[in-house]
Design a protein around this ligand. Structure first.
Ligand SMILES: [Zn+2]
Length: 86
């Protein structure tokens, strides 16, 4: 799988411009925490939530729900939009 290469140098630009591997991020600056370690946005392709963590340093990550029920959900983060494909 190809991927976007996130480095210390381009991390800020990728975050601010909402650049994902195969998706863009709507409102990429919205909802950032006061400690500037985690940002939230919305995937332009499917509307799912995406996050960007300064701790992981992986750039924009897409949430995928493996299980999504009323009282039980299991999710994981990937660096691509599953609607577009790996
Ligand atoms: Zn998506």
């Amino acid at each position: 799988m190809n991927s976007l290469v996130v480095t210390k140098e381009n991390f800020k630009s990728i975050r601010e411009n909402g650049i994902g591997f195969n998706f863009k991020v709507i409102n990429p600056a919205d909802g950032f925490r006061k400690d500037n370690r985690l940002w939230f946005g919305t995937c332009s392709e499917c509307g799912e939530s995406v996050t960007n963590s300064a701790i992981s340093g992986r750039g924009w990550e897409h949430t995928i729900y493996l299980v999504k029920e009323a009282n039980h959900s299991v999710s994981k983060n990937v660096t691509y939009c599953p609607k577009v494909g790996e």
